[in-house]
Design a protein. Sequence first.
Lengths: 211, 99
Amino acid sequence: MGKHHLPVFVEQSVGQIEVLKMESASKFDTVVREETHQANLTVSCTSGCASCCYHPISISILEAIPIYRSLLRHGRWNASLRKKLEESGRHQLGVDYEVWLLALIPCPLLTSEKRCGVYEERPLVCRTHVSVGDPYYCHPHHIGPHTQVLPNNGIMRAFHQDQAKVLHKHHLQLNTMPIGTALLLAEKVCTGEMELGAVDSHVFKEYLENA
Amino acid sequence: MPNLNCAICKRPKDAASMKVYSTTVEERRAMEKMGEKSPKASYAYCKSCLSILSNPATGLSLMKGLIQVQARAQGVKEDVAEKAAEKFVKQVASKGTRQ
């Protein structure tokens, strides 16, 4: 499993998204450095906090493929993880955003030690979630006017626009989907069980079933 | 089929896909004591919210979160709201294990 080679033009797109992700993350790091310096703020994110890992995470199929490969390479892709991803994906499609936060549903890749299971490969949306306030207010039960997170809308919007252009080459329109769903579909695409172009219709069907 | 609003997420959903629970007089009295102005005779829950509620881990977190949010909206201090929510959730959890 996982030895199936994707067509060259698909591999090129996966690589293109990876480069875009790293460039965007690097740009955002510069913004964080400048803004915290100018406003005399301190980044309060620390290892093991994980409050932001209780937000619903959505990624594209092309962003999911390297994450799936990393999990496979490190021997973490197994039946138990698949089950977690399936449950998480299904929930995320049907559950209201606020209910998700209040129910403290963790990212399916968060380990029991509250560490990201794919830290090196983590999605851009996770890389650009930076708190500069009291971490107490990052907890999903305490989010409110005191929560201070640096805005990442600009970087994410640009990344989504670039992704949309790449996805369009493969006749795909849907930009993002729940991380659990995206990783399970990445497995199907990487093992040759599903064509990349069939991903949208599969997700639309799941959306309809869970709506 | 008429639509019903989910008691948790407030989203309107097809009544046929929802689960409706009736409340007893005692439950309504208890709800009034807790600050609910006009408790209803029944509450409808959508499939998604019910699956969250019926899972012990997420269900208790959701209840705790909802209480905190509601208490804060009524002007209750952050730490007081948190303690009250914790106490309520502990009571619910202990009842759950007795059954």
